[in-house]
Ligand binder design. Structure first.
Ligand code: ACO
Length: 328
């Protein structure tokens, strides 16, 4: 085992776009408020019946094609999501079914917005056990299905999307190399950001209407504060662990939750705005999908160039957080 190589990237966003002007017709909000507080201008919304595995199928096909890997060669499918098609089966199993393949280890990874980094780290661990593995690491979120469209404080922030990548073992120089990942969590802060409904702590009776607990609920200011601090601290830690300085980072590609969070992390790292990747204006917060969608876009548009050192901090419900270092 020498290196962990990302072989291909893919992204998918549903066709339907909901602009801030559209939202003005649904809740008491304004384009001005949403833009200045979050940087979001529009977001994609899944079609009726479109589930996480449908979107994952699209982004994964792209990633596999770019990697030159046939779905039948896959050994594992890891899907980061808090919005799987169903409690059982997992979105990963549904995705496997869509590819018409069987036998792979298929598993969903639940770490909210940090899910893609959690899944990628799991994939690295699996590769240590099975160096010949070819692992599809995908994130897919239909967050809008868990939106309370009467709550203006939450429903303007999120969107639906899927992003994917394929991880295999290889030699340095074979392709983008995952140099390191650090992950953390603090369950004592879990109540600050929740989707409680559907969980086993809640009892439902047949025919009973769902309450607000079924939807995303959070304390925005607290989440904001912890997100900036945790992403900054873990980014400093991963650089130190790898003997790197802030000035070694070519591109900062953070989780896309709010442009003000992205900007605050960028400032703490003295990284000029033009080297901080953000596409939140087009997608909103797509939870676990935000990082792989951003990665796919940054690679395909040439924002990330060969040789670049990319620092990827993430933060989400749990609380969970982490950082990855990738050398392209
Ligand atoms: N349109 C208009 N007004 C609004 C809206 C809206 N959509 N939402 C809230 N307001 C009002 C509030 O009611 C409040 O009014 P009041 O002062 O009369 O009470 C006012 O705007 C200010 O509200 P705040 O919550 O203080 O606004 P803030 O500047 O903190 O921004 C936001 C809120 C955008 C949610 C911010 O706190 C944030 O981005 N937090 C972190 C993001 C987050 O929680 N994401 C959840 C996922 S976790 C993750 O991905 C990291």
């Amino acid at each position: 085992m020498t290196s962990f190589i990302l072989r291909g990237f893919g992204l998918y966003a549903p066709e339907k776009v909901l602009t801030n002007a559209d939202l003005e017709k649904i809740v008491d909000t304004s384009d001005e408020w949403i833009t200045t507080r979050t940087g979001i201008k529009e977001r994609h919304v899944a079609a009726e019946g479109e589930a996480s595995s449908d979107m994952a199928f699209e982004s994964s096909k792209q990633a596999l094609a770019e990697a030159g890997i046939d779905p039948s060669e896959l050994t594992h499918i890891l899907c980061a999501t808090f919005t799987p098609d169903s409690m059982i089966p997992s979105a990963a199993c549904r995705l496997q079914e869509k590819f018409g393949i069987t036998g792979q280890m298929c598993m969903d990874v639940a770490a909210a917005c940090s899910g893609f980094l959690y899944a990628l780290q799991t994939a690295r661990g699996l590769l240590c056990l099975e160096p010949k593995a070819k692992i599809l690491v995908v994130a897919s979120e239909v967050v809008t299905r868990r939106m309370n469209w009467e709550d203006r404080a939450t429903c303007v922030l999120f969107g639906d999307a899927s992003g994917a990548a394929v991880l295999t073992a290889g030699e340095p120089g074979d392709g983008p190399e995952v140099l390191d990942i650090m992950l953390a969590a603090d369950g004592s802060l879990g109540d600050l950001l929740t989707v409680n409904g559907g969980g086993s702590a809640y009892s439902y009776k047949l025919g009973e209407a769902v309450g607000p607990e079924y939807f995303v609920e959070f304390q925005g200011r607290e989440v904001f504060k912890h997100a900036v601090r945790s992403m900054t601290d873990i980014s400093e830690a991963i650089l130190e662990r790898n003997g790197l300085a802030k000035s070694d980072v070519d591109v900062l590609l953070p989780h896309q939750a709010n442009y003000r969070i992205i900007d605050a992390v960028g400032r703490r790292f003295d990284i000029p705005e033009e080297r901080v990747f953000s596409n939140i204006h087009k997608y909103g917060n797509t939870s676990a999908s935000a990082i792989p969608v951003a990665l796919a876009e940054a690679v395909h548009t040439g924002f990330i160039k060969p040789g670049n050192l990319v620092l990827i901090p993430a933060f989400g419900g749990g609380f969970t957080w982490g950082a990855a270092l990738i050398r392209f």
